[in-house]
Design a protein around this ligand. Structure first.
Ligand code: 13P
Ligand code: SF4
Length: 313
């Protein structure tokens, strides 16, 4: 990339810009390890939105995907929110367009709408409350038992919540292209080869995968499990970026990334990995790409996000 320093000069440049802009760098666990290493905070979707809600920095640089940075903007209309690559989308958010979602909801007029945070501001604005993978069960259970609930856009997380709560949800048929690649068959084979290993999985995986997991949790939940478990071997069914902090926390443990069905030995979110150190530097230097939202939409999307933060406090 033209005009971008390399090596240590690049890291020094990002550091200088962080000071000059009075910026906080928030990163998700699925980012490249060098981005995680220089971030002010690394976390799961809930933690990142909680950090965004309370930061005193003037600029939020979001190393994650679009819906995460957009949530930070929903919470911070007066701060500049930068995303290193504006194309860093998410298969769940992209396949639930607000206009189609609004039409679909017309079929469920007497339902409450719980939306996974992996959705656009337009879908958030149509929701009663937002949830993440770490609080979905709690959020659904915050409604009285008889309440009819629509859950969007991840059908697998929805099914997991149904199992945990014993409630029925009407589910939008979305899925994550990364987590849907893990299959029970391949994981069973891996378990035979590593009988001592604990299988840990993100709830965006299919029900058949979750059924054979020793633990199911958000990215943060999976990391905490590895940190505190007496086991010495783990099969990890989520995006491989999480292995960076897992291996730092448990250098003694064997961490086995779950193989996706496509045959390659990697499970990388193509959207998350659009961000790079170089693009991080450029977005801070040029103060773009910036997340912008019409105020009327932001205000409608804010209420369900705030409701989630209150219920998660
Ligand atoms: P977490 O909230 O568990 O970090 O999940 C975000 C995500 O996009 C998983 O694919
Ligand atoms: Fe979206 Fe899946 Fe990537 Fe998470 S891993 S950001 S759900 S596409």
């Amino acid at each position: 990339m033209a005009d971008v320093p390399q090596g240590q000069a690049l890291l020094d440049g990002i550091e200088r810009l962080r000071r000059e802009l009075d910026a906080v760098i928030l990163a998700h666990y699925y980012q490249d390890s060098e981005i995680q290493d220089l971030a002010d905070f690394v976390g799961d979707s809930l933690q990142l939105s909680q950090q965004a809600a309370k930061t005193g920095a003037k600029v939020i640089v979001f190393c994650g995907v679009h819906f995460m940075a957009e949530t930070a903007k929903i919470l911070n209309p007066n701060k500049q929110v930068l995303l290193p690559d504006l194309d860093a989308g998410c298969s769940l958010a992209d396949r639930c367009p607000p206009d189609q979602f609004a039409k679909w909801l017309e079929g469920y007029p007497d339902h409450k709408v719980v939306s996974y945070i992996n959705c656009s501001a337009g879908v958030k604005a149509l929701s009663d409350v937002i949830c993440t993978s770490s609080n979905a069960e709690k959020i659904v259970n915050s409604f009285p038992r008889h309440t009819k609930i629509v859950f969007a856009p991840d059908r697998h997380l929805g099914a997991w919540v149904e199992k945990k709560t014993g409630r029925q949800l009407v589910k939008w048929p979305g899925f994550c292209i990364v987590h849907e690649q893990f299959t029970e068959r391949q994981l069973q084979k891996l378990k035979v080869r590593h009988p001592e290993a604990k299988l840990i999985a993100h709830p965006e995986c299919e029900a058949s995968v979750l059924a054979i997991a020793d633990f199911v949790g958000s990215t943060r939940g999976l990391l905490e499990y590895v940190k505190t478990s007496p086991a010495k071997s783990f099969i990890v069914a989520t995006e491989v970026g999480i292995l960076h902090l897992m291996s730092k926390a448990r250098p003694d443990a064997e961490l086995i990334p779950a193989p996706p069905s496509s045959g390659c030995n990697c499970s990388i979110c193509p959207y998350m990995r659009l961000n790079s150190l170089e693009k991080l530097y450029l977005c801070m230097r040029d103060r773009k790409p910036e997340i912008m939202l019409p105020e009327e939409l932001r205000v409608r999307a804010l209420a369900p996000v705030q409701r989630m933060l209150e219920l998660s406090a």
